[in-house]
Design a protein around this ligand. Structure first.
Ligand code: CS2
Ligand code: MG
Length: 402
């Protein structure tokens, strides 16, 4: 079998997605997600100009060799754009391998390790009361794990609070919108949110929170300690993780579990975090961390150090990534939880898929490969829309982390 073509499909059914289709001389093709929120066209160009020409004529079965070729051959290694492009190729090749073998992807990885993939939903509200009502709604939908984010008194906006409660899309303007942030207002407010959740709902549900890179390590230690009575499943992205050693400081002050890694693109971004057990969950994903081939390496390292997976699964990761992730989650021995931010009906129509949700768990289905396809005719009706993620400034105007 030989690769005969690679096509990049950019569409925007409610938000931008970049999809790679790899075609072969035996009529079997595969799909990979190549979506990098706010930088979509950078990845599309990397694929079209620098990767696809090098794929033509290669044997699609040689997944590892092609991964090594694209990683080592780039010279300029790592980084979100490069690794997202490699991920798209890798995912498409695993999809092809599954179709050739007539097996669902999880069978190729080593078979089922669990009956279902526990997912977490996103409860959010402009204030504590609205957030509590959303937690109740997600509990009513059967979720065992629920993330809670609320507006912060005194701040006009903050991460994770969506306009319509269900479909959260932060990339909301062609040029980044500017939000104002106050760590002190946030730190005063968040413990009250989780106390209110535990008072109303008890400890039956796994409750999660995303700090979204906004604290310093010592502030994160303070928050983790303040949240200990509410027994969070995890405190996510407490501080930017370029400084992996900074997490030693957090660990000195709190036993609140820590999840990091949705912005990671290789194992090198989390090697210290994992080997020093500075985190409890690694959030790297199929689409941003080099595909199934590389995510499997990260999971194997994590397994040695009691670190579990908690793959990112926001709406800006396409159903192709969700499908592949659910197969990965079905197999991976050190699974923790899978994020599941629902896609809009328009998105689901463009990307028909085999996976489904049932009472707090998701199932990948048994279609060969990852079980996700794209309706290119329908996709063409949704052209790319320039969009950028917001930026944060402190109240004095200094740039901060969004
Ligand atoms: C968030 C994401 O889902 C999460 O945990 O961190 O919503 C993130 O902000 C977006 O994926 C960025 O595009
Ligand atoms: Mg996050």
């Amino acid at each position: 079998m030989k690769i005969t073509a690679g096509r990049v499909i950019v569409c925007s059914p409610g938000r931008n997605f970049v999809t790679l289709r790899i075609e072969t001389d035996e009529g079997i093709d595969g799909l990979g997600d190549a979506t990098l929120n706010g930088r979509e066209l950078a990845v599309a160009t990397y694929l079209t100009e620098h990767i696809i020409p090098a794929l033509i004529g290669r044997d699609p079965a040689m997944i590892e060799d092609i991964w090594q070729y694209l990683y080592r051959g780039a010279y300029w290694r790592r980084g979100p754009v490069t690794m997202c492009a490699i991920a798209a190729v890798d995912t498409a090749l695993w999809d092809i391998k599954g179709k050739v073998a007539r097996l669902p992807l999880y069978q190729l990885l080593g078979g089922r390790s669990r009956d279902g993939v526990m997912v977490y939903g996103h409860a959010n509200g402009k204030d504590i009361d609205e957030t509590l009502d959303e937690v109740a709604r997600y509990a009513g939908l059967g979720y065992k794990a629920i993330r809670a984010q609320s507006g912060i008194p005194g701040l006009a906006s903050t991460y994770g609070v969506s306009k319509d409660r269900m479909y959260y899309e932060p990339a909301d303007a062609a040029i980044a919108s500017e939000n104002v942030w106050s760590t002190s207002k946030y730190l005063d407010h968040v413990p009250k949110l989780f106390e209110a959740i535990r008072v109303r709902f008890g400890f039956e549900h796994h409750i999660l929170h995303d700090v979204h890179h906004r604290l310093t390590p010592i502030e994160a230690g303070r928050l983790g300690k303040a949240l200990e009575p509410y027994r969070l499943f995890w405190m996510e992205d407490p501080t930017p993780a370029e400084n992996q050693e900074g997490f030693r400081l957090i660990r000195q002050h709190t036993v609140t579990p820590i999840a990091v890694g949705e912005v990671f693109n290789t194992i090198h971004d989390c090697q210290t975090l994992i080997t020093e057990q500075l985190i409890d969950f690694v959030r790297a994903t199929v689409v941003h961390a080099g595909g199934i081939t590389h995510l499997r390496r990260i999971a194997h390292l994590a397994e040695l150090y009691h670190v579990r997976t908690g793959c990112h699964g926001a709406t800006d990761l396409s159903p192709v990534c969700m499908g592949a992730a659910l197969h990965f989650d079905t197999w991976v021995p050190n699974f923790g939880v899978q994020e599941y931010m629902r896609h809009t009906p328009e998105t689901d129509a463009v990307f028909p898929h085999a996976y489904w949700y049932d009472q707090g768990y998701m199932h990948p289905g048994d279609a060969p490969g990852h079980g996700v396809v794209i309706d290119e005719k329908l996709a063409a009706k949704y052209p790319y829309q320039p969009s950028a993620l917001p930026v944060n400034r402190l109240e004095d105007g200094s740039m901060w982390n969004w």
